[in-house]
Design a binder for this molecule. Structure first.
Ligand SMILES: C=C(O[C@H]1C=CC=C(C(=O)O)[C@@H]1O)C(=O)O
Length: 355
């Protein structure tokens, strides 16, 4: 279908308050669309079927789901480029900054006095939109960040969500799977070689170790790549690829997602301790930020589940952008705050003409 017609169709669907999802896999020149024909809120537990799943950070064993069987399905080509863009200036609220820095200091103190190695702390920042339209959002989102998984999800009960995430939770095809340990952040400056500090290497190694540990029970072969620098728009991360073969019979997509989510890239280590600390101390509900999402096909035998990072929720004329970072004993609160400011830019670049 023609691009303009497709965008118009999605926009009409949104105006009628009907659920839809628009997404593109990393490095793909094609965009997929599912337009649900009714407004029911579907959930699935077993991650089977064909459609698109959307799960919150506090995963209770079920995900929201747009089912292909209830939807019109479309695919269209779209060219995106890794455009170098100028940062969007952000005005700071000093009291919000101080509150966040206090929370970061408390987190470091907690890590000092406990068996926790890492806790991922996050915050949100609201931005007023002057000129929002779903058409602009689609064009802006999909013309940038070609290496990210980009999506717009809408359901009248969950609201409008949009993101460009660099992180795969798990990709499955037949019995093969791929995942990654992604952590450690610095701004992209186009300078070689990229130097990483011990703090970032340690923080990322914790993620790799936890993923390997969680997967051992459900996999028969496990391959771990060297750790390398991955560019995500204006940011760089440390990344290790982990791939292998799933154990026949036992390893369902739901089991793997449950074993991996939430990884120490978005929660911490040990997982339960970190999650409890986050829920009790962050002071807001992450909702779908740091949850997982993505298409599942072939009754769950093929899937690309991503971690919901670099994302925002748009409500009327306000965008709420979610950002966080891994805190360890070596963290400096002010630097961690600056890192979250840099992470805001991924979504601010998308919103730029609407601010
Ligand atoms: C929690 C986020 O990023 C995670 C993924 C990559 C690097 C991270 C870091 O350096 O702290 C975080 O673990 C976020 O972008 O909100």
């Amino acid at each position: 279908m023609d691009l303009n017609l497709m965008i118009e169709k999605i926009s009409n669907h949104y105006n009628e308050k009907l659920p839809f999802v628009v997404y593109s896999l990393p490095q793909s020149g094609s965009i997929s669309v599912l337009l649900q024909k009714n407004d029911s809120l579907n959930t699935i537990e077993n991650l089977g079927g064909n459609g698109f799943v959307f799960a919150p950070f506090e995963y209770k064993g079920f995900s929201y789901f747009i089912d292909e069987n209830d939807s019109e399905k479309h695919q269209f080509d779209f060219k995106s480029e890794a455009i170098e863009s100028i940062s969007v200036a952000v005005s700071e609220d000093i009291s919000e900054q101080n509150t966040y820095i206090k929370l970061l200091s408390k987190t470091i103190e907690t890590i000092k006095g406990s068996r926790a190695n890492k806790i991922v702390i996050s915050r949100f920042q609201n931005f007023q939109l002057k000129d929002f339209s779903i058409e602009k959002l689609i064009i802006q989102l999909f013309s940038k960040n070609p290496t990210a998984f980009r999506y717009i999800w809408y359901h009248p009960k969950t609201g409008l969500w949009c993101g460009a995430t660099p992180e795969t939770l798990v990709q499955i095809e037949n019995k093969s799977f791929k995942t990654m340990a992604l952590a450690g952040t610095q701004p992209f400056t186009n300078q070689e070689p990229v130097i990483w500090g011990v703090k970032e290497e340690y923080e990322q190694q914790l993620v790799t170790d936890a993923i390997i540990n969680s997967l051992q029970r459900v996999t028969s072969v496990l391959k771990v790549s060297k750790t390398y620098t991955h560019r995500a728009g204006s940011l760089l991360h440390l990344r290790t690829d982990i791939s292998g073969v799933l154990r026949t019979g036992e390893a369902t997509l739901a089991k793997i997602a449950k074993a991996l989510h939430p990884t120490p890239a978005v929660c911490g280590s040990p997982q339960q301790f970190a999650q409890q600390f986050i829920i009790e101390n962050e002071g807001y509900d992450r909702e779908f930020y740091t949850g997982f999402l993505g298409p599942i096909l072939d009754d769950g035998n093929t899937a690309s589940l991503m971690v919901n990072l670099r994302c925002m929720k748009i409500d009327d004329n306000q965008a709420r952008i979610f950002v966080g970072g891994g805190i360890t004993l070596a963290s400096q609160p002010q630097e961690e705050y600056e890192e979250t400011k840099n992470k805001l830019q991924t979504m601010l670049q998308v919103l730029q003409p609407m601010l």
